[in-house]
Write a protein that binds this ligand. Sequence first.
Ligand SMILES: Nc1ncnc2c1ncn2[C@@H]1O[C@H](COP(=O)(O)OP(=O)(O)O)[C@@H](O)[C@H]1O
Ligand SMILES: [Mg+2]
Length: 358
Amino acid sequence: VPLDSRTVVDYLLERGAIDPGDVLDRSLTVVDRSRRNTCFAVSRDDRPGLFVKQPRLDDPHESPGLLRDATLAAAGESSAVLALLAPQLRFYDPRNRVLVVELLAGAEELSAHALRAGGVAPAIAGALGRAVGRLHAAVPADVAGAQTGRATASILWFGQTPDERLPRQTPAIAALRDAARHDPDLSRGLAELREEWRSDAFVHGDLKWENVMVTPEPEPVVHLVDWETSGAGDAAWDVGGLLHAYLRMWVTSLPRDALRPDAAAPAGGEAIAAAAPSIRALWSGYRAAAEPGRPGPFLLRAVRYAGARMLQTAYESAAYARGLSPQAVAFAQLAANVMARPAQAARALFSLPGDAVA
Ligand SMILES: Nc1ncnc2c1ncn2[C@@H]1O[C@H](COP(=O)(O)OP(=O)(O)O)[C@@H](O)[C@H]1O
Ligand SMILES: [Mg+2]
């Protein structure tokens, strides 16, 4: 049964997850947080709140992901680091495909925070880098029967997807798939990353600011949500996801004119420069916690994954639109440039010094 913001209360009552008193004393509030999935934040005075997630019936990406989200939340019991990072599991109801976890009250989604604050402060970026570093360093790659294989970074195989297997069969999606297949920079970049992909860490798989929750005060505390694509994979993929978030913020902030194909040099250089301290704090926090064996090559691979992740963002922005927006085109062009010239991207886009990627 698909839940809505009224039936979710009855559903939680029936399950004994909330009690009639919560409803009667009128302190119960339900906020719709739906994204790809239907989501509700349910809070009540003085008691821990609940976060409820259910895939939409018409979602063409049918979702074994939710089950992974649930297993992962449960795996918190066996891994102290996961217990700190992921919201605690309340229950998973396979019949109705409903996941209920602890509500992170007082935390703000990092994308919303960045919009409000005009960026991500180095202290928060550093905390995020350390959190993801600890995840990679401390959690075994096969925790909770973690999946392996292509679900985690499926964009790397996007160019090889035949028409009938495209999750949404729109002209925009087909055009992006064709670019991934035929554009020399994109197809070579993706092929090389497929070749180099390894499965030696437990990765979140979908790191972007929407899936990071932050409590800034007094010391920044970071939680990661939406573990649907987590599994054994390449730690540099997660770092690439975090790097790509800065590119995305930059492109999204550009005026529309700047996105026209005939526009002169890319505008907004100041915006990129302004993010430099945040990006450096992210990387040094990550590096301190994860201690990657050869940090230079690792970072360069992460930068290339940030390029691939930009293509995924182009895909995600095209998935629900009719045509390819100028923004989606800009995302895809940036993806090609970053994968073709990663050292240059590390310097010019991420302000990472040359010796960081040496
Ligand atoms: N446990 C939680 N507590 C509070 N907010 C959450 C929690 N989990 C997710 N959210 C918020 O809800 C949004 C959607 O949840 P998410 O698990 O990412 O679902 P989707 O698959 O739809 O992206 C997140 O981007 C985040 O802002
Ligand atoms: Mg999400």
